[in-house]
Design a protein around this ligand. Structure first.
Ligand code: SIN
Length: 529
């Protein structure tokens, strides 16, 4: 809990994988302060099941790059892709040094699994709980690192900038709504993606892209927000909250089928169940509409029960808690919002356009993912982008440089409280799910934009009049980012990767290699050539 203004060397915003990587390495030289709006473990990294895509030979790194570029459907920055995939093996080696244990064969060599879009098995994993295992090891190391101070239940409000340079960060103590200032020499934004903007999401409920909105408010450009990735297989539950069913289940032979057992993916793509996620999610939606059902099935029950329990212990346990034995029954599944392929524009050193501000992990737009992220490239990106930022910070920040002084306390003494915050957020999520989802139309997007403009105006009024609390901060950021996402989707008059518009069904060559970039003002939405 934060109770004072803080002066530090590096302020890390977010405690997911990229945040902990940045903090651990930087703490060997600098004083590091991590803030997290939730308690430990509530981050998308911990929810990641599949693993980390990695190539250990140059030949396979080339193929890994090709697979990434193919999946990104003409929008990857190919140079960035190559730089990232070549660094994946160092990322895995570093994690093992940190104590992360991946599955090994009987000769103690790393075991690899396959997922959609990969031309071979190249995903290292820790059973089906890779993110949880990685985060547990790193968290243990953070807890004993002498130079790292962690504040949980602290929400970032806004960067304070002077002459295009971030000097401090206004933050809220979620417990008593007091506001403080963190003065730092460098800020590393690792606040995660925005998949929680949709009513059905595999992410923690609070994955609302707050950091992306905050960076945009500070003057950063954001890119490719329309490319939200939908994961094909999430457990369909009566409670409505989707639970991720790892793509590794399909990688290990699971098939997608209707209630009748009829398989359908071979109608849609030669790679069947292991086509890229955009293709599989769309095919599932079309099948669901054709059959008039709200879910389909994933079946791995043809595999040996002992093997299933050993390979997927987390999924087995989780499904059993819903009364479903996956060794005997088909798993009811539906696609759900999973990952933001776009985010805050950064360079190859994870540097944003604002001085002192680095952006890493899912909230960054590096050019790696293009229009659709390749499976298991996300944990890899978290480590590599954090390492890129660390290197740039170390080169450019002498240990002796002083933090700028001048932190100030803020008052939060307005008394009005609004009771419509949670219903407003639910409305945004429903608009996004209904109109900015797997299949979009011009009318749907325009309707969504109109609704979101009205919500943004209402939220601005509430924000001006009310005492700030964590929910209101989330709502402000969510409403802004949802609107930016819709504007990006309207601007892209074609279908590609995770953006499919029934009114523009073809991929247009004129958009090849052109991300949708939104600068600070709504009026400057443009496609960069
Ligand atoms: C999964 O296990 O299917 C999720 C991993 C990822 O998003 O890459």
């Amino acid at each position: 809990m934060i109770e004072n203004n803080v002066i530090t060397d590096v302020c890390v915003i977010g405690a997911g994988l990229s945040g902990l990587v940045a903090a651990l390495d930087l703490s060997s030289k600098y004083k590091v302060t991590i803030i997290s709006k939730s308690t430990a473990g509530m981050n998308a990294s911990s929810y990641a099941q599949g693993g980390i895509a990695v190539s250990f030979s140059d030949d396979d790194a080339n193929v890994h790059a090709k697979d990434t570029i193919y999946s990104g459907d003409g929008l990857c920055d190919e140079e960035i892709v190559r730089k990232y995939v070549y660094k994946a093996k160092d990322a895995v080696a570093w994690l093992r040094q940190q104590g992360v244990v991946f599955n090994l064969d009987k000769d103690e060599n790393l075991l690899f699994t396959k997922e959609g879009g990969h031309s071979c098995s190249r995903i290292v994993h820790s059973y089906d709980e890779t993110g949880k295992k990685i985060m547990a090891s790193l968290q243990k190391n953070v807890n004993i690192a002498p130079n790292i101070q962690v504040y949980t239940n602290v929400t970032a409000i806004d960067f304070v900038t002077v002459d295009n340079k971030v000097t401090s960060l206004k933050v809220l103590n979620n417990e008593d709504n007091s506001i403080y200032s963190i003065v730092a020499r460098r800020f590393v934004l690792c606040s995660g993606g925005a998949s929680g903007l949709y009513s059905k999401s595999t992410n923690p409920d609070n994955s609302l892209g707050d950091g992306i909105s905050m960076a945009w408010r500070a003057g950063c450009s954001v890119a490719n927000l329309e490319f939200n990735q939908f994961h094909p297989t999430c457990l369909y539950t009566n409670s409505g909250r989707p639970v991720l069913i790892s793509e590794a289940v399909r990688g290990e032979g699971g098939i997608l089928c209707a209630a009748s057992g009829e398989r359908f993916m071979d109608k849609y793509h030669p790679d069947g169940e292991l086509a890229t996620r955009d293709i599989v999610s769309r095919a599932m939606l079309v099948e669901m509409q054709r059959l008039g059902v709200d879910h389909l099935y994933l079946d791995i029950s043809h595999k040996n029960a002992k093997y299933i329990k050993k390979r997927f212990p987390g999924l087995y346990r989780n499904c059993m808690s819903y009364g479903l034995d996956i060794t005997k029954n088909k798993i009811p599944v539906l696609p759900s919002s999973h990952y933001s392929c776009g985010g805050v524009v950064v360079d190859e050193n994870s540097r944003s356009s604002i001085e002192n501000l680095y952006v890493v992990g899912e909230c960054a737009y590096t050019g790696l993912h293009g229009a659709n992220r390749l499976a298991s490239n996300s944990l890899m990106e978290c480590v590599v982008s954090a390492k890129n930022a660390i290197k740039a910070i170390e080169i450019n920040m002498p240990i002796t440089e002083q933090s700028s002084e001048g932190s100030c306390a803020y008052l939060n003494d307005k008394i009005n409280r609004s009771d419509c915050i949670s219903s407003c957020l639910e409305t945004i999520k429903k608009i996004m799910w209904d109109h900015v989802g797997i299949i979009r139309t011009v009318d749907g997007l325009c309707f969504a934009k109109k609704q979101l403009l009205a919500i943004n105006a209402e939220v601005d009024d509430i924000f001006a009049d009310s005492q700030i609390d964590a929910d209101l901060l989330e709502l402000r950021s969510a409403s802004q980012l949802a609107l930016l996402t819709v504007c990006s989707a309207i601007d892209r008059k074609e279908s590609r990767g995770g953006h499919y518009n029934l009114d523009f069904q073809k991929k247009e060559a004129k958009y090849d290699g052109r991300p949708t970039i939104i600068k600070k003002s709504f009026k400057t939405i443009y496609n960069q050539g």
